[in-house]
Design a protein around this ligand. Sequence first.
Ligand code: G6P
Length: 471
Amino acid sequence: MSKAEFVVVANRLPVDHDPDSENGWRRSPGGLVTALEPVMRKADGAWVGWAGKPNLEVEPFDFEGTHLVPVSLNEDEVQNYYEGMSNDTFWPLYHDVIAAPRYRRAWWDSYVTVNRRFAEAAAAAAADGATVWVQDYQLQLVPQMVRELRPDLTIGYFHHIPFPAYGLFAQLPWRRQVIQGLLGADVIGFQRVADAGNFARAVRRVFHYETKATGIRVPNADGTTRRAIARAFPISIDTESYIELAQREDIKARAVEIRENLGNPKKILLGVDRLDYTKGIRHRLKAYGELLNDGRLSVEDVVLVQVASPSRERVEAYMQLRDEIELTVGRINGDRDTMDHSAIRYLHQAYPREEMVALYLAADVMLVTALRDGMNLVAKEYVASRVDNRGVLVLSEFAGAADELGSALLMNPHDIGGLKDTIVRAVEMPAAEQGRRMRSLRKRVRENDVERWSQLFLNALAKAKEPENNA
Ligand code: G6P
């Protein structure tokens, strides 16, 4: 294969290994994959990533127009680099320690080893002077490692999850190495302005480098300096594809069918999340359960559909969360169900996009109650799908999406009383107000779609490499 002018490096490949399918692979769902799919289709690029299973040794191959370069992880590395350091240290630390992060030296060692493997694969795949775009917290050391291997490359990094305040970040025993790893990029992108600010502050506190607006002066080994940019680029979705699905007759019919199957309730409330403690599912269930107990909502009139897709099932905090949620759902249903009506329809499953759009169309109220979330693309998917300008989005202030979607009903999910009032307000909202709010939300999601996101990022990256920015 000739070398690529554009290389994406992400923990996961955009495909899942599937021995039953025709060629052994199928396109995987997931926010990140969905976000980058249209960009990769256009640019003739390579994608370096893990195939999602241990010990899978696969040669690079082409899949639906993208050159895929698999990076293999053994069972120990899956446990230490992926489940341990990425999802039991960085994930909880960066989401404001909602769960307690664990700091294990063996996990860190594995993280360094695996980051180096990704960096080497990217360096080998890239043509002279190519652009490499590294994705997310699993690969924070890759930018600097790639720079050392290939100083000719332009390197971008995008951080899909929050970057915490320094008071929390400072806990990390390897904070110097992480900052140094990220500063290897020419542009370091974040979801929110606040994340970029937290990062710049960490750079000042740890290294005392000068930061001015979005620029950071980073010293080179030879005594000169270069300028790295750290700023917000809020990610989005492939809005047009959701609009097209929402207009399809079979999907509209499916939405009606879903409503009928649920017993034609007056209002359908919907939650859609990976089963993750950052998503505030427990707070949502608590508020909803209390509203039924108080008699402010009744199972005769409303139902909550909660889709919780399985995630990181071998990490202890996720196993515990699943138990707690399933206990709570069982209790609420046990207490409140009638022979004809169920309080909660709980689905620990993942669904194809078509089914999700039908569900969005059927749902009168969408509940996004994250305690902390980089962006939350579900909020944007719901808005994009509401081609009828109906429906109400209840959105946590702690999700990145709140910066853009100010016409949603914004709320603090820790305030259960406030959350209950907001849910009632959403259930009772007159159609005219729904329309006003939804039109304004839709305008934003149409304007800032994922293609614009990647354009803005890649333009900033091209500009950052211009010689006058480096002295
Ligand atoms: C978040 C992260 C992604 C990650 C996804 C699914 O959206 O930002 O990097 O891929 O969760 O998590 P998983 O651990 O299954 O890749």
